[in-house]
Design a protein around this ligand. Structure first.
Ligand code: P1T
Length: 392
């Protein structure tokens, strides 16, 4: 039946690119675990030639991700860093980016220690203020890159204001949407040109797939990004694409539970005397709360704050003690999986950000980051209570 439906987010997450297999009727499309495709005559094929260039399982996933972000094109890569690197390869020597200074440590590292070798230049600004971004734009600036909420300080940047500035100045506006997922925040709807994800996190959601994606509606940009994708070849495997497609089907329900758990735990931590400060945009005391409530919303329009919380314990010793006494939260890098994780950004994810820069951002040795999973809330709260008791 071909009836045109106006489909909601959860419906698209389950069905776009996931139509039953026409050959067999299999409701779940198979994984095309193949590197190459038979041709009838040289150059005569069915649109698939070699899996670095295209693979049906990857195409299905790319269509699904594009639909969820409200974009026309999705271009998938072997990791979030591979996706960002492909985007940088759209540009060339001498080009300049204005980048939000509070950003994932790996993004900082690849821009300052790899792409600097190719004379790509960056200015690092406090992107909480659009004026700061405007002031850093030069005649060679080609793009503005922000991450909101930021990893790990949970600072908010105004996507709509940043995108307006970028459009006025003929620059690309790129938003790392990893912490939110398109269920919570859709940068393209707010005017950005590119939404970027570490699919590894909420989108794949089970800590078993490493992947990245770029989503855009810009025809020329997408054409070049597909060209970079097949030329450089940092593509995800068909099986990983299949796993990610399966995971997206539960994105809406997972994010609701991550967010519900995190909001309760953030309030619990915020009221606790052993914790100096809680960074969670869902708390009314968070300086970005109003902006978060405006630009972070579920597809049906209610504010949503996601599953990431950072907290200030006061010192490295206290941070270590707190972490040591957790049993349900596992000490590990990464985030966005169904299981709760805890990590120490200064020693772990953000160790490559120089100490002075970390301290200027508030990323102290006492800072601890939680990725709140979807376990029973009572178990998570008891676990945090045990960590806090050890600090008393
Ligand atoms: O790990 P990878 O899939 O390459 O994605 C990199 C990346 C990009 N953007 C953000 C906001 C991220 O958080 C990450 C990866 N972050 C972690 C591994 C971490 O623990 O913070």
């Amino acid at each position: 039946m071909s009836r045109k439906l106006k489909q909601g987010f959860a419906t698209r997450a389950i069905h776009v690119g996931q139509e039953p297999d026409p050959g067999t009727g299999a409701v779940v499309p198979p994984v095309y675990q193949t590197t190459t495709f038979a041709q009838e005559d040289p150059g005569i094929h069915r649109g698939f030639i070699y899996s670095r260039a295209q693979n049906p399982t990857r195409t299905s996933l790319e269509q699904n991700l594009a639909s969820l972000e409200g974009g026309r094109y999705g271009i998938a890569f072997a990791s979030g860093m591979a996706a960002l690197s492909a985007l940088v390869m759209h540009f060339g020597a001498g080009d300049h980016f204005v980048v939000g200074e509070n950003i994932y440590g790996g993004t900082y590292r690849v821009l300052t220690r790899v792409f600097n070798r190719f004379n790509i230049k960056c200015s690092w600004v406090d992107s909480r203020s659009v004026d700061n971004i405007a002031a850093a734009i030069t005649s060679t600036t080609r793009a503005v890159i922000i991450e909101t909420p930021s990893n790990p300080m949970m600072t908010l940047s105004d996507i709509e204001g940043t995108a307006r500035l970028a459009r006025d100045r003929d620059l690309l506006c790129v938003v790392d949407n990893t912490f939110m997922s398109p269920y919570c925040q859709r940068p393209l709807e707010l005017g950005a040109h590119v939404a970027f994800h570490s699919v590894t996190k909420y989108l794949a959601g089970h800590s078993d797939v490493l992947m990245g994606v770029l989503i855009t509606s810009e025809d020329d940009l997408a054409e070049d990004l597909y060209f970079v994708q097949k030329s450089v070849g940092a593509v995800p495997s068909p099986f990983d694409c299949w796993l990610a497609s399966r995971s997206l089907k539960t994105l809406a329900v997972r994010i609701e539970q991550h967010s519900r758990n995190a909001l309760t735990l953030a309030r619990f931590l915020d009221e606790h005397s052993e914790i100096k400060r809680v960074y969670y945009p869902g708390l009314p005391t968070h300086p970005g709360h109003e902006l978060a409530a405006r630009q972070q919303s579920t597809p049906d329009g209610h504010p949503v704050f996601g599953g990431m919380i950072s907290l200030e314990t006061g010192s490295l010793e206290r941070a270590r003690m707190f972490i040591k006494n957790l049993a349900v939260f596992t000490l590990a890098e990464s985030l966005g999986g169904v299981e709760s994780l805890v990590e120490h950004p200064a020693i772990m994810t953000h160790a490559d950000v120089p100490r002075e820069k970390r301290e200027a951002l508030g990323l102290t040795d006492g800072l601890v980051r939680l990725s709140v999973g979807i376990e029973d809330l009572a178990d998570l709260q008891d676990d945090l209570a045990a960590g806090l008791a050890a600090l008393a």
